[in-house]
Design a protein around this ligand. Structure first.
Ligand SMILES: Nc1ncnc2c1ncn2[C@@H]1O[C@H](COP(=O)(O)OP(=O)(O)O)[C@@H](O)[C@H]1O
Ligand SMILES: [Mg+2]
Length: 248
């Protein structure tokens, strides 16, 4: 179990730290060419340490979504290497990929909830797919809904929720498997500034308990206000990195 799943703990006890590497995400010379020849990412190299929170910014078409999709292997790089927590994911066997995807929580702008299922069932879905026992599912879904302050809406259908609440359900679904990595693709793209701030606050809360977070956003104002590291993409290239690690 990952310590951040226990809200009462403020620090990770040493026994929970079984990681191999200080780097949680390491891109080394990564390029992505889509079928048809378009090069969406060009020679990206950067590192995110375990427990870091960073933003990924850049104009529309810069390659932000492509970069995020490479991490859970929704796309494969054409060149270069991606190492997550010491594991070169390009060498993972096919049968390990579902396991990788449970370790990487992903949040989308349009949250992609199932509208014919309740909030509870939407959040439970990754656990059902993973074959988690019925009893554990109940416990974990309620814990995840508690973290996004939606415990009182578990029987509701997504269509009856506000945009901000729907996005919080998407976040609960992404964290219910207690992934050490959380990726969000324009999570506040459809929300007003106040709700955007609230959603970013949730990511910061997960980050404070040790989750490595990478958020694609073109809301530079919000990013600057929050003061975290940000990586900037332009035409598939990493053009700046506000982090202490530079581009290396
Ligand atoms: N599946 C795909 N096939 C071909 N080209 C794609 C595909 N997905 C994205 N692209 C192209 O790759 C570039 C980067 O897209 P994307 O990663 O979605 O950028 P961003 O998220 O920064 O807007 C764009 O020019 C886009 O048209
Ligand atoms: Mg995008």
């Amino acid at each position: 179990m990952h310590c951040w799943a226990r809200p009462s703990r403020t620090n990770c006890p040493v026994s929970y730290v079984r990681y191999r590497s200080i780097q949680m995400i390491h891109f080394d010379g990564v390029s992505k060419q889509y079928p048809g020849g378009y090069e969406a990412l060009r020679g990206l190299t950067f590192k995110l340490e375990r427990g870091e929170l960073a933003f990924l910014t850049g104009h529309s078409g810069a390659g932000k979504s492509t970069l995020l999709r490479l991490i859970p292997l929704l796309e494969r790089p054409s060149r270069g290497q991606i190492v997550l927590n010491g594991i070169d994911i390009g060498r993972l066997s096919r049968r390990r990929i579902p396991y990788l995807r449970r370790r990487v929580g992903m949040i989308f702008q349009d949250h992609r909830l199932l509208h014919d299922r309740t909030v509870y069932d939407n959040v439970a879905l990754p656990l059902v797919i993973a074959g988690v026992s019925h009893r554990d599912i109940g416990r974990r879904v309620r814990a995840a809904l508690g973290k996004v302050a939606l415990s009182h809406r578990e029987s509701a259908y997504p269509v009856t929720l506000s945009g901000g609440e729907q996005q919080r359900v998407g976040i609960a679904r992404a964290v219910v498997t207690r992934p050490p990595i959380l990726l969000a693709d324009e999570p506040t793209g459809n929300l007003d500034p106040e709700l955007s701030q609230e959603i970013m606050g949730l990511f910061e809360a997960f980050n404070r308990v040790g989750v490595t977070v990478l958020i694609a956003s073109h809301d530079l104002g919000l990013i600057r206000r929050l003061g975290h590291r940000y990586l900037s993409l332009a035409d598939g290239k990493l053009v700046s990195d506000s982090g202490k690690g530079g581009l290396g």
